[in-house]
Design a protein around this ligand. Structure first.
Ligand SMILES: [Zn+2]
Length: 349
């Protein structure tokens, strides 16, 4: 039973095979494609809005994707102080821990808050401190992907890369690029990518969502990306699938987001299982839980009920998360052991 699709239009559910009943919430997960600003827990955002005498509601549907992006900007604008921001960051970490997430890697965009809160580096520090504090309390590991919005941030992209580099190994685990328009002329960001890579940070790029295989190749070739946010349109190119598999480029895929934004025609026929079967490391992710009303656990529920995958196949998505380079060796060992233990328990666990 899917409780998640509040107001979301999706195809009728068709359960193809008998499904197992291990708790998907209990499955250890790495959550790697999570936009901070679109993922705060709804209750925390509502509470923040109330304190400001405002109200906050998630629309049931969006007429266009641009309407979605307009709505998306309303949440960062509610944040009026560093403490507001820290509170939302801590709430996210606790909510993710409750979903069985061992390692969380939110994409952070301090540039969304800097107009009200001050310098980019100060905003970044507030986020990182809140993650560090909450990760101790919630007993999960958190690393941040400092992210350039390629639709908007060219002028400050190298500043963002330098801030990421300054916090490498101290809370920042990668440089992200995110944008809806693909290919994104990513060659413009080559210098930013070099700054990050020189500091030992991987580049994680959005591609293969609105753009075809050429957009994924652009991210790999222009920026040296080692993980792709989305990437499902790699399914259109045999040679790209082979490359992703042989180089073990992780694709952090978000099935419900894709369906909600209409970038896949039908969630039942999502390419993610085919890519995984072809040897591409694929993880499942929520993207923007606040807006799509679907947690990371709900993505696994889709894989079980819509794609008809058994638990042995489902753990393939979870295990791919261990390839995230920001994850410490200790967490990786605990994470992989936890997945094995989950599977060993048998259905009904
Ligand atoms: Zn995304």
């Amino acid at each position: 039973m899917l409780r998640l699709y509040r107001g979301i239009r999706l195809p009728a559910m068709t359960t193809c095979v008998p499904t197992e009943r291990r708790s998907l919430q209990a499955l250890p997960k790495a959550h790697l494609h999570v936009h901070l600003d679109g993922s705060y827990p709804l209750q925390a955002v509502e509470a923040l809005a109330r304190r400001q005498g405002a109200s906050f509601q998630v629309p049931g549907s969006f007429a266009t994707v641009w309407e979605f992006f307009d709505a998306y900007g309303t949440v960062p604008r509610l944040v009026q102080s560093h403490e507001d921001l820290a509170e939302l960051c801590r709430a996210l970490v606790h909510a993710e821990a409750a979903q069985g997430v061992f390692y969380l890697e939110p994409a952070i965009e301090p540039q969304l808050y800097a107009p009200r809160l001050g310098a980019l580096d100060q905003v970044t520090k507030t986020m990182l401190a809140a993650f560090a504090e909450a990760s101790q309390d919630a007993r999960i590991e958190v690393g941040a992907l400092l992210t350039i919005n390629t639709d908007e941030n060219f002028e400050i992209s190298q500043d963002l890369a330098r801030i990421a580099a300054a916090h490498a190994g101290r809370g920042v685990t990668g440089l992200g690029t995110a944008g809806f328009v693909e290919p994104g002329n990513l060659g413009r960001y080559r210098r930013s990518a070099e700054i990050a890579r020189a500091a030992g940070l991987p580049v994680v790029s959005h591609a293969g969502q609105t753009g075809g295989p050429d957009s994924v190749e652009e991210a790999l070739n222009e920026l040296g990306a080692t993980r792709i946010s989305h990437g499902f349109r790699a399914i259109e190119s045999e040679s790209l699938i082979e490359r992703l598999a042989s180089e073990q480029i992780v694709c952090d895929i978000c099935p419900v987001s894709n369906a909600r934004l209409g970038v896949v025609p039908n969630i039942c026929d999502h390419p993610a299982p085919k890519l995984l079967s072809a040897g591409v490391p694929v993880t499942l992710n929520a993207d923007d839980e606040l807006w799509f009303a679907a947690s990371i656990t709900d993505q696994y529920e889709v894989a079980r009920t819509e794609w008809g995958l058994d638990d042995q196949a489902l753990v393939g998505f979870a295990r791919a998360g261990a390839l995230a380079t920001g994850m410490s060796a200790a967490t990786r060992a605990r994470f992989l052991n936890g997945i094995d233990a989950w599977l060993a328990k048998g259905s009904g666990a």
